[in-house]
Design a protein around this ligand. Structure first.
Ligand code: DAH
Length: 329
């Protein structure tokens, strides 16, 4: 009897010490299994007298019962530990940002072009794309920029041969559209232009949007109204605009518009004017009946001003860190 009690104390400790269900199961088999110690004791009872048999089998059964109680208790404890570990490891952190696919987004230049187009669509303009390879006539001659005209020098033209070139301005489209369409004409021409120039405000390729209106009574104040409204729309009404007289061979009078930034520096962003009678004559439009105004906006310039970009070359370096800043345009 004493041995049985000591044995039970030991089993109890073994059960308590078991760290997982496998260990616990081994303990159960060791003591209660077919070849287990307590089973062995029960089998051995046959060697005892009837009275002793009775007494010991009651004691053995009682110990077995107590072992099972302890066993079940430990099993529950281990189950709780396992559950807790699972809860911890499978915990969902709802504050973590979700996994998502990155969407593409527009390049800031494309965004600006679309923005400008939308503005001009609202006031009745149409937009067309136009060829970047041009001839001397449409890029220069017809625009009243004859050979040897000093204005040609400032364009640093890329020539293919002695007639074909990469257009230096979108003004070429004034000629093409006026030859093709009958007034009234109200068009914008966005596109790439090329000049052999490279520094923090010049790249060999950049973008312009040309605008052209040919109507019976269009005048300089109409042109100013359009330009002011466009610039206030694009930059907001706090922007400071300077309209100053200028010279372009294909317009008269001509003006340039500067935007004055927060540091008081001015940056030229567009040229404009009333289309020169010689240009109208070149495309067979009677300047006594029709008048025309035109403007050419530098897309990179106004995009730089709008976002505070200091170097035009950032637009074309394809540095994803730069481009990503325009994700939420
Ligand atoms: N084509 C000129 C340039 O590239 C800009 C310009 C000036 C366009 C006056 C115009 C205009 O339509 O009227 O510098």
């Amino acid at each position: 009897m004493l041995n049985l009690n000591q044995l039970f104390q030991k089993i109890k400790i073994d059960i308590k010490k078991s760290k997982n269900k496998e260990e616990l199961e081994k303990i159960r088999i060791k003591y209660l299994g077919k070849k287990g110690i307590l089973t062995f004791y029960t089998k051995n009872l046959k060697n005892f007298s009837f009275e002793e048999k009775k007494k010991y089998s009651i004691a053995i059964n009682e110990i077995k019962r107590k072992i099972i109680v302890n066993f079940n208790k430990q099993s529950e404890i281990l189950d709780a530990i396992i559950l807790n570990q699972r809860i911890k490891s499978e915990k969902i952190d709802i504050s973590l940002p979700g996994r998502r696919f990155e969407n593409g987004f527009l390049h800031p230049i494309t965004y600006t072009i679309n923005y400008i187009k939308n503005f001009f669509f609202k006031i009745g303009f149409e937009s067309i794309n136009s060829p970047e390879i041009e001839d001397e006539y449409h890029n220069f001659d017809a625009l009243n920029i004859p050979k040897n005209h000093p204005a040609r020098d400032s364009h640093d033209t890329f020539w293919f041969d002695n007639n074909r070139l990469l257009r230096t301005q979108t003004s070429n489209m004034q000629i093409r559209i006026m030859k093709k369409e009958k007034p009234p004409i109200r068009f914008i021409f966005p596109g790439k232009v090329y000049r052999n120039d490279y520094d923090n405000t010049h790249t060999p390729m950049f973008h312009q949007i040309e605008g052209l209106i040919v109507e019976k009574n269009i005048n300089f104040s109409n042109l100013k109204w359009i330009i002011y409204n466009f610039l206030y729309d694009f930059f907001g009404s706090k922007i400071s605009i300077k309209f100053r007289p200028s010279y372009f061979p294909f317009t008269t009078p001509s003006a340039e518009v500067d935007i004055i930034n927060n540091n008081g520096q001015s940056l030229e962003i567009l040229g404009c004017g009333m289309v020169h009678p010689i240009v109208l004559k070149n495309v067979n439009i009677d300047s006594n009946t029709y008048s025309a105004c035109a403007f050419g906006i530098g897309i990179e310039r106004i995009t730089m001003l709008r976002y505070g970009i200091s170097d035009i070359r950032y637009f074309f370096e394809n540095d994803i860190r730069f481009l990503k800043q325009f994700k939420y345009n």
